[in-house]
Design a protein around this ligand. Structure first.
Ligand SMILES: [Zn+2]
Length: 458
């Protein structure tokens, strides 16, 4: 046997069922998969085409970001410190109408991929418009992803006629199904308040027919919870359950406003949840009862959400925030310990996306999606507990090497699959166009959203 790549001199966080940590460890990769891993001299006897010395650093599964809107990197910092409804109606939707097109989506997505890879994320679960352009960019970069064509009952970028939103989603899914090893198509319904019952049910049926993940924002804000209660007579989760769209292939983003009954429904249907703590905090949406959802056995992953509401795609601070937010919310420092949070960002996130057979832990036979964290840093010295170091002290910028399916995407902190300089330049130009649009908007268009996205079509 020989390895394509051997990574050695590492502390390996396997994230396997026993959460084994291998000190003085090595991982052998061939054919895009993990062939073997262990400690001691075995690695020295197996020839490898390339050896990577982790220099005592931490090797762990690549992180899984369960909720993104990749092209929204273009709107990073465009409008902050506003309520969700104002933020969406007066800033995000007009900005989308102004600049979102296949080319801007392409560059915004490449930027997002670079940011994710450079901070240790190897898989993301996305939902946006012009998702073909997202898919092409993610494929060019080399990350793994579940990519959802956005569905909403009002005119949207690329889908001006809402009556065609499900057709557009079907076309996207059929184009990308079985096209690459690393990308899976999906359908992303915006929410129960912007999608009618018929749209939600139609999108779920499409996913069932093609065997794909169905995604929807759900129970994000108090406004949504009250709105759905007043229009549907039940909570957002109970509404989604009643129309039959909750099962093990449903990913619910947010679930902030859920009660004990909602949690029992989500667990009973085996649906999964993306917890997006920084977005929920920044938009003042509330604190999702994550500890209770985990106790109920729900697969809960961690997401950053789009860059307009976070404002980055770095899962390291998202892990730190997750661990601390639930301790303060419960007034209990024992909830969500570091190990639990790492599981959420790796194997549980993979389970939430239905990818846990392939990724999320370092075990022989699994895809070689892994990262090397450089620990030769003041803030990472000494390391008494590797899991603690990862959650409470490491930063995305400590990630040195990133591999997806055995292919190196980041080497010594440099992106190797695309020309990052060109991506930065292109996004800067788009950013300027957006700034001009915003200043015009500020002079008189503010508040004049052309369509009220919160008004569902009958
Ligand atoms: Zn979102």
């Amino acid at each position: 046997m020989h390895f394509d790549t051997l990574i050695h001199n590492a502390v390996i966080l396997t994230c396997n069922p026993g959460f084994e940590i291998l000190r003085g460890g090595w991982v052998g990769v061939s054919g895009g998969k993990i062939q073997a891993l262990g400690t001691g001299p075995e690695s020295g006897r197996t020839p490898a085409r390339e050896c990577i010395d982790a220099r005592g650093g931490i090797v762990m599964p690549g992180l899984v970001n369960t909720h993104t809107h990749l092209p929204m990197t273009l709107f990073r910092g465009l409008a902050d410190d506003l309520p969700l409804k104002t933020w969406l109606e007066n800033h995000i939707f007009p900005a989308e109408r102004a600049v979102i097109a296949p080319a801007s989506v392409h560059w915004g997505t490449l930027l997002a991929c670079a940011e994710m890879a450079l901070s240790g994320t190897t898989t993301c679960c996305d939902g946006y418009f012009f998702e073909d352009s997202v898919a092409e960019a993610v494929d060019a970069f080399g990350l793994r992803a579940v990519l959802g064509q956005g569905v909403i009952d009002h005119p949207a970028p690329g889908v001006p006629d809402p009556d065609r939103n499900l057709t557009a989603a079907r076309d996207f899914c059929e184009r990308w199904r079985n096209r690459t090893e690393t990308l899976r198509p999906s359908v992303f319904c915006h929410s129960p308040y912007t999608c009618s019952r018929a749209t939600l049910v139609g999108a779920k049926q499409l996913c069932e027919e093609l065997g794909l993940l169905f995604q929807v924002h759900a129970a994000e804000t108090r406004w949504e919870s009250e709105h759905i209660r007043s229009t549907q007579g039940r909570s957002p989760i109970a509404h989604l359950d009643r129309i039959g769209v909750l099962d093990e292939r449903t990913l619910l983003a947010h679930c902030v406003w859920v009660d004990a009954d909602d949690i029992a429904v989500i667990a009973g249907r085996r649906a999964s949840v993306s917890h997006n703590p920084e977005s929920n905090m920044k938009l003042g949406s509330g604190v999702a009862p994550v500890a209770r959802m985990l106790s109920a056995g729900i697969a809960v992953g961690i997401g950053t959400d789009g860059c307009a509401s976070n404002n980055d795609l770095d899962l390291f601070p998202a892990m730190d925030t997750t661990a601390k937010l639930h301790k303060v919310a419960n007034l209990d420092p024992t909830v969500l310990p570091a190990e639990t949070v790492i599981r959420m960002a790796t194997i549980d996130g993979a389970r939430a996306l239905g990818l846990d057979d392939a990724i999320g832990s370092l075990e022989p036979g699994k895809q070689a999606d892994l990262i090397v964290v450089d620990t030769r840093k003041p803030h990472l010295t000494p390391i008494h507990h590797p899991a603690s170091a990862v959650v409470y002290t490491a930063k995305g910028s400590d990630v040195r090497t990133v591999m997806v399916a055995g292919r190196i995407l980041v080497r010594d902190r440099r992106v190797v699959t695309v020309d990052l300089e060109e991506v930065l330049q292109q996004v800067t130009v788009i950013g300027r166009a957006l700034k001009n649009h915003e200043s015009k908007h500020d002079k008189g268009l503010r508040g004049a959203a052309e369509v009220d996205p919160f008004e569902r079509k009958p």
